[in-house]
Design a protein around this ligand. Structure first.
Ligand code: UDP
Ligand code: MG
Length: 311
């Protein structure tokens, strides 16, 4: 039978967490009295994760898994899970129970009220270092400023997506997808459910600093072409400085204040820099266009229509 709810769970070296997650989520899902599936995406784990998943999938048909050939990262695992899900509502969550499973019914309530994206919002963030909290806050501010996206605060990957949204995301042709950016970019009716983020229940964080930096970089490059505009801005600034300098020097010369010849070198060099930046800037304008075209994002996303014949 087609499931009504799908839960997508990326897992990487999580042999201890999976049993805890299954034990905690199964009664909650059964209580909803609807068909459901829990899709684990094994992101190239090196421990016993795959065998643990196999034994659970053998015992319970609600539990499904997909196993990657190597570690492709949490985002890739999430998007793979979305592509393989068939529920009318899909919940994405981590396996470590930092996102409490008790929030799932609250998210479903909001979905039944008509919301198409329900974000899990962390009111408290236990088990996260001060460094992680401050860097993620600053990063979000920076990303919002350069991308113009409104990404909700204190929101991670834990969210519910309506089938409509999942289909839109699955049909996005771009290669490097970043869930937090995409769910803000697509629009639709969105809301939040607050919860207290707990400590990890078993094992250790699988997010190294390198993985965090790669994710952060991906978010910036996927949602902003602002860095490409920098050279043109530099061209204007350098051009302005050199022109002001030239005018000042000419006025001084007219007032019979003779400057040493070497002084003229400064505005000349600055002017040459401005020309160089302008050339790079023009290249970047075309690069930006090419990037936007190749990414091939839909020009619009339809939420509803009426009285149109089904094509
Ligand atoms: N994860 C993954 N691939 C990775 C790293 C993490 O699938 O390369 C999974 C991990 O198993 C967990 C979720 O992504 O279910 C979040 O990871 P973690 O809890 O380690 O991150 P943190 O909460 O410390 O930011
Ligand atoms: Mg965690």
């Amino acid at each position: 039978m087609k499931p009504k709810y799908s839960i997508v769970v990326p897992v990487y070296n999580e042999q201890e967490s999976i049993p805890l997650f299954v034990d905690a989520s199964t009664p909650i899902m059964k209580n909803l009295n609807e068909e459901y599936e829990i899709i684990f995406v094994n992101d190239g784990s090196k421990d016993n994760t795959l065998n643990v998943l196999k034994s659970y999938a053998d015992k319970d048909e609600h539990i499904k898994f997909i196993s990657f050939a190597r570690n492709f990262g949490q985002q890739a695992a999430i998007f793979c899970g979305l592509e393989h899900s068939s529920g009318d509502a899909v919940i994405i969550m981590d396996v470590d129970l930092q996102d409490p499973v008790e929030v799932i019914p609250m998210m479903i309530e909001k979905w039944k009220e008509g919301f198409e994206i329900v974000h899990g919002k962390r009111s408290k963030r236990k088990g996260e270092s001060f460094f992680k909290k401050i860097t993620s806050k600053l990063y979000l501010k920076f990303l919002q400023a350069i991308s113009g996206l409104k990404i909700p605060k204190n929101v991670g990957e834990f969210k519910l997506l309506d089938r409509k949204v999942v289909d839109v995301i699955n049909n996005m042709p771009e290669h490097d997808r970043y869930l937090r950016g995409l769910t803000s970019w697509v629009g639709f009716k969105q809301t939040e459910v607050e919860f207290e983020r707990k400590e990890r229940q078993a094992g250790e964080t699988k997010y190294t600093l390198k993985k965090m930096l790669r994710l952060a970089g991906n978010g910036i490059i996927s949602y902003s072409t602002w860095p490409l505009t920098l050279s043109m801005k530099c061209a204007f600034i350098f051009g302005f400085i050199s022109v002001v300098c030239f005018i000042t020097f000419i006025v001084l010369t007219c007032c019979k204040i003779i400057l040493p010849l070497v002084a003229w070198l400064f505005p000349t060099v600055v002017f040459m820099f401005s020309i160089m930046f302008a050339i790079i800037g023009f290249n970047n304008i075309y690069l930006r266009r090419t990037y936007e075209e190749t990414r091939n994002r839909p020009r619009y996303i339809i939420s509803e229509t009426k009285n149109f014949e089904q094509k």
